[in-house]
Design a binder for this molecule. Structure first.
Ligand SMILES: Nc1ncnc2c1ncn2[C@@H]1O[C@H](COP(=O)(O)OP(=O)(O)OP(=O)(O)O)[C@@H](O)[C@H]1O
Length: 330
């Protein structure tokens, strides 16, 4: 990767929402990067801040949101937080696109598939309707939809869940973005279809070189797909590293608990099987490390102050008592 700057660089991101008594902070000093052509997974339990982080990159929050003064989101070395809305609109769907968990939220039920795939092409690219239609057909072929001409003339409700998610991938890739943000793209699908959709995403990544920020709570999906992992807890990144390093030797007790968590039959890991409790609400954050109340290794410093990041070869963690520290730290 050499001297190349990352495609996406998020630094000191702090996000707060309007609340009864002023603003409430839900993302605290989050920094990470995504390199060109990389698949980076953002993992954590429900409420840990994955979606808010992703929506910040797209600048898709509603009115009243505030970013901290030091917050920075650089994409292609351009500061997204400073861009006028109009410029941001042009980046969205064009250079950065997003896939959500439920395609029915993003697909318009009253429009045929062809209109929906052609729309971003016509909006962002200088193409005639005929050319856009040809591109739409090709995109459907690319994501493995058979009989694409027939499907182009259908409405979303006529497609299966897996096919709708493939259409979403086709739409997201229509303008050849350099970054794709996928927020739980396969959570709503059954396991076999999930594997097919993930395979399509991976194939597309390999063919187009698009970078992917993949949000998931499913560590199986991470192992299958990602190069690097960011582990989020209560609005902070608590561990970051190469997939192999994280799976072989998690440093943060929270990461280890995630790895030990048992999926429920519906595929959701809303609660960790190995430790009791849930992610604290932003309204009720404890002092110190937000994980300390659920952590078997918590000591007095954990209750007093958020830990600094300790770096190791291929990973880093924000923990006062990292696991395997005897072997990991000198
Ligand atoms: N618009 C909003 N206004 C106020 N608080 C919000 C808003 N959106 C999210 N939050 C809060 O921010 C925190 C992080 O939420 P977020 O949706 O990012 O979590 P998540 O990790 O993506 O969870 P999930 O896996 O359930 O989607 C939660 O406490 C949530 O209640």
């Amino acid at each position: 990767m050499g001297e190349q700057r990352p495609l996406l660089e998020v630094s000191h991101l702090q996000v707060s929402f309007p609340a009864d008594a002023g603003h409430i902070s839900v993302i605290h000093d989050v920094s990470f990067h995504v390199n060109k052509g990389e698949i980076v997974a953002l993992v954590g339990e429900s409420g840990s801040g994955k979606s808010v982080t992703a929506l910040s990159v797209m600048r898709l929050h509603g009115a009243g949101i505030r970013y901290g003064a030091d917050s920075s989101i650089r994409f292609h070395e351009q500061e997204l937080l400073d861009l006028p809305n109009k410029v941001m609109q042009d980046i969205r769907g064009n250079q950065i696109s997003m896939i959500f968990q439920d395609p029915m939220v993003s697909l318009n039920p009253v429009h045929k598939i062809k209109k929906q795939i052609m729309e971003p092409i016509l909006l962002h690219q200088k193409k005639s309707k005929q050319e856009a239609l040809g591109a739409a057909k090709q995109l459907l072929e690319q994501v493995g939809i058979s009989d694409p001409e027939k499907r182009l003339d259908e409405y979303p409700h006529q497609l299966s869940g897996g096919m709708r998610q493939r259409v979403m991938i086709a739409m997201a890739l229509a303008c050849k973005p350099s970054l794709l943000i996928a927020d739980e793209p396969t959570t709503a699908l059954d396991v076999t279809i999930q594997a097919q959709v993930l395979q399509i995403m991976k194939q597309q990544q390999e063919q187009t070189g698009v970078s992917i920020l993949l949000i998931t709570h499913d560590l199986g999906v991470v192992a299958e797909m990602a190069d690097r992992v960011l582990v989020m807890y209560a609005g902070r990144i608590v561990e970051e590293g190469d997939v192999a390093a994280i799976f072989e030797r998690p440093l943060h007790p929270y990461t280890r608990a995630l790895l030990q968590s048992v999926p429920k039959l519906d595929g959701k890991n809303e609660r960790l099987a190995s430790i009791p409790g849930t992610v604290p609400s932003p309204f009720d954050l404890p002092q110190g490390c937000p994980f300390h109340a659920r952590c078997f290794y918590a000591t007095d410093p954990c209750k007093a102050e958020f830990p600094a990041i300790s770096k190791h070869t291929n990973q880093s963690a924000a923990c006062w008592n990292p696991l395997n520290r005897e072997e990991s730290y000198v």
